[in-house]
Design a protein around this ligand. Structure first.
Ligand SMILES: Cc1cc2nc3c(=O)[nH]c(=O)nc-3n(C[C@H](O)[C@H](O)[C@H](O)COP(=O)(O)OP(=O)(O)OC[C@H]3O[C@@H](n4cnc5c(N)ncnc54)[C@H](O)[C@@H]3O)c2cc1C
Length: 292
């Protein structure tokens, strides 16, 4: 018999740097000194994904090292450069690197919401055409705890119905694979939206910042908040710069991440605070305190 489950996220892949080719480029372009910047950034805890974004941003202005662009009298270090790119909204440089995840024990409610993010993403999901349902695990939002027993009854009824349908149509002994697949696919229309399944997904860094904010927001649904909260915590300590500007609040027991600037014309929550008069500032701080 199936169980009640909650989504789990695995961070399975990330962008690396090809050191030999980076060195070859730095040599050929006369930017050997940038190697020292890379080593210092690594020493400060930055990861290659972050360093690559900075390298590409600096390439825009020929500012990897001094002396390549006569308009420039100083160059920023990598950490400062990344901070600057986020602060001015130079977002496209963060599209160069991606992070790969698997969400397991997640529902089709969640996956449908996830795949609405079109830009800077890739998805591969369990196929309902091929996979025969047996035990139906259900992603269970604890808000339904007061009627847990009733939910268990519905889950059991769905499993029994499904097993009966498979039996009566003779699916298990069917030798014609094409017909088997068609029937498996037809039957999924009777499967619950909350059935547990898996999806692999990739987000580039620009999209990661956008999706973490919209999907951990208090107005988003419980399951997608759970997933993006896990995404955030998996990466946050490993990559010191990628969530630059992020503010955290605990809302309904789940993290809400806000305040990261995504576009040049946007203001961060901190910028907005600076524009307030003393009275307005006091009111705003009281308002925030109430929300917390
Ligand atoms: C709290 C919440 C409630 C929601 N409720 C509903 C609902 O009731 N019904 C429903 O159908 N959906 C709902 N959605 C989904 C929502 O409408 C979006 O489809 C989803 O959040 C994808 O985000 P996005 O549009 O930012 O797309 P992404 O693909 O993540 O795009 C990122 C950004 O790129 C830009 N962009 C992307 N595509 C285009 C384009 N074609 N043209 C111009 N700019 C573009 C936009 O700036 C966009 O924000 C909800 C989402 C949230 C967070």
């Amino acid at each position: 018999m199936g169980k009640f489950v909650e989504p789990k996220v695995y961070w399975v892949g990330y962008q690396e740097m090809n050191d030999a080719e980076v060195l070859r480029y730095l040599n050929d372009s006369g930017n050997n000194e940038f190697l020292q910047s890379i080593l210092e950034a690594r020493k400060a805890g930055l990861k290659n994904a972050e360093i690559l974004c900075s390298m590409f941003a600096k390439l825009c202005y020929k500012s990897l090292t001094l002396g390549k662009n006569a308009n420039i009298s100083r160059v920023r270090d990598i950490m400062d450069n990344i901070r600057g790119c986020f602060d001015v909204g130079h977002g496209s440089v963060f599209e160069h690197v991606g992070f790969n995840f698997i969400a397991a024990d997640c529902s089709r409610v969640f996956t449908h919401e996830l795949v609405r993010h079109r830009v800077g993403t890739a998805f591969s999901q369990n196929s309902g055409r091929y996979i025969l349902l047996e035990d139906i695990n259900i992603v269970f939002d604890p808000i339904l705890d007061p009627i847990r027993q009733l939910c268990t009854e519905k889950q059991r009824a769905d499993e029994l119905w499904y097993a009966k349908a498979v039996e009566e149509i003779g699916l298990k002994n069917m030798t014609n694979f094409d017909r088997k697949k068609k029937i498996t696919s037809a039957l999924r229309r009777f499967a619950p939206n909350g059935q547990s399944n898996e999806i692999a997904f990739t987000l580039n860094l620009r999209t990661l910042r956008h999706t973490v904010m919209v999907r951990t927001a208090r107005h988003a649904e419980w399951e997608i908040r759970q997933v993006f909260g896990q995404v955030y915590f998996l990466l946050k300590d490993e990559y010191p710069m990628i969530f630059h500007g992020a503010k955290e609040q605990l809302i309904d027991g789940l993290i809400e991440v806000s305040g990261m600037k995504l576009q040049p014309y946007e203001k961060t929550a901190e910028d907005l605070l600076k524009e307030l008069t003393d009275d307005q500032l006091e009111q705003e701080l009281v308002r925030r305190k109430k929300i917390e």
